[in-house]
Design a protein around this ligand. Structure first.
Ligand code: ACO
Length: 402
């Protein structure tokens, strides 16, 4: 076949594509997106079907191993993950060391990095058995790490995970349980989280996944790649948008701004204000994930009896934007982050913790993408080129002559 690397080095041709708008960095069999039609599929299965019918761990299995598990395979996989939820006792000290109020994404990334140090028998990226074990440890540890990042940020005591609880149940209990009282698990909340995590589980070559692949391409250990993914996800233009949306809604509410005035502010480029939770590099149509989440937000918030004020505002914002020339022209629609924050808030999470929930959902996708890349024959280190526009050659000037 065509050796693109050789072609480039011999012809001297370099393509310049800032932000990789038109550049594919890999071939993949994991996730398919048709951004114009608003289609998302994991391994060929429509996201709508998975969100409604599957469990998160079933989807994790699908993403990582390529096929839906049988009941026996799923039971075994669940069991393996559940047995890896307990962290090394000394990791609790790490979480205790962070100041109260530290951002959970920073604490989570530190936790994932540390996990590599506590699992040194799984760092060899060329050993399939170690990669498998590391994948399971990451999946098992992530709910505990995310819950401890939350507990650490509010200065609350940590609980131990329980083998007899499911993935989401464990996560919720670790987050909201206290040593004094048994945490009551609400099956509706569990199902909502299963759905939300499924919707976040993979999204092909977004910024965090590309980061995971790039770090992985250098043969850095899998924990280092995942921690880098957490950092990339934390940005407000990426996963951090879920926190930013809620803060935006609160600000509009606090300032008593009229929705139409706020949208005018967004349209005035000089203001530097963006409509957070809107727009997407790939979707030029309604984000199919946002469509599903919007339905859930509506139902959950109305059932929970909590204040619908922010939801009403979000709905009005969407309606106003979707009928505005600025947004129509640019094909800007709500993305996955537009409605998630409202649900997370109704469930009791502070806005600062929202992006950690995204990370928890995205982990299987990162693992699947890392493994797909590592299974590739003739894999190359990621190393983009540049177009140099700096000074031409000049002579060094001694410091006293400058
Ligand atoms: N509010 C106002 N204007 C916007 C928005 C927005 N949210 N998003 C894009 N635009 C405008 C841009 O200013 C630009 O206008 P111009 O052509 O007049 O210069 C045009 O729409 C195209 O936008 P780009 O920024 O070029 O699109 P890009 O693909 O580079 O960015 C991104 C995509 C980062 C998601 C962008 O839409 C954005 O910043 N949205 C808000 C943050 C957000 O919600 N991020 C979450 C994304 S989903 C996820 O990561 C899970």
């Amino acid at each position: 076949g065509l050796d693109i690397g050789k072609l480039l080095s011999t012809t001297g041709v370099t393509t310049l594509d800032p932000g990789f708008v038109n550049t594919a960095s890999c071939v993949s069999s994991i996730t398919f997106i048709d951004g114009d039609k608003g289609v998302l599929q994991y391994r060929g299965y429509p996201i709508e079907q998975l969100a409604e019918k599957a469990t998160f761990i079933e989807v994790a299995y699908l993403l990582i191993y390529g096929e839906l598990p049988t009941q026996a395979q799923l039971d075994e996989f669940n069991g393996k993950i559940a047995r890896r939820m307990l962290l090394d006792e000394r990791m609790r000290e790490l979480f205790r060391a962070f100041p109260r109020g530290a951002h959970p994404m920073q604490v989570l990334a530190a936790g994932v990095t540390a996990l590599g140090s506590f699992n040194r028998d799984t760092l060899d990226v060329h050993d399939e058995g170690q990669v498998e074990e590391a994948s399971l440890r990451l999946l098992g540890s992530m709910p505990t790490l995310a819950a401890y990042a939350y507990k650490s940020s509010i200065g609350a005591p940590f609980l131990y995970p329980r083998n007899n609880l499911g993935y989401v149940e464990n996560y919720l209990r670790l987050s909201f349980g206290t040593p004094q009282e048994e945490y009551e698990i609400d099956p509706d909340v569990v199902r909502a989280f299963e759905t939300l995590f499924i919707l976040h589980a993979d999204h092909e070559q977004n910024a965090s996944t590309s980061t995971v692949r790039l770090v992985g391409s250098a043969d850095a250990n899998i924990y280092a790649s995942m921690a880098s993914g957490v950092h990339a996800l934390s940005g407000p233009l990426h996963g951090g948008a879920n926190q930013a949306v809620l803060e935006m809604l609160r600000e509009i509410s606090k300032e008593g701004l009229d929705i139409k005035d706020f949208v005018s502010q967004v349209k005035d480029k000089k203001s530097g204000v963006k409509l957070m939770g809107f727009g997407h590099r790939v979707y030029k149509n309604y984000d199919p994930r946002a469509k599903i989440i919007k339905g859930h937000a509506d139902q959950l918030l109305r059932n929970s009896g909590t204040s619908n004020h922010l939801l009403e505002m979000a709905l009005e914002l969407e309606e106003t934007a979707l009928n505005d020339e600025y947004f129509i022209e640019r094909k800007l629609y709500p993305n996955v982050d537009f409605y998630t924050g409202l649900i997370y808030e109704a469930m009791g999470f502070p806005a600062q913790h929202f992006t950690a929930l995204f990370a928890l959902g995205r982990l299987p996708g990162w693992i699947a993408q890392w493994r797909e890349q590592h299974a590739e024959k003739g894999r190359k280190i990621g190393r983009p080129r540049q177009i140099y526009i700096g000074a031409t050659e000049r002579d060094y000037v001694p410091i006293n002559e400058r």
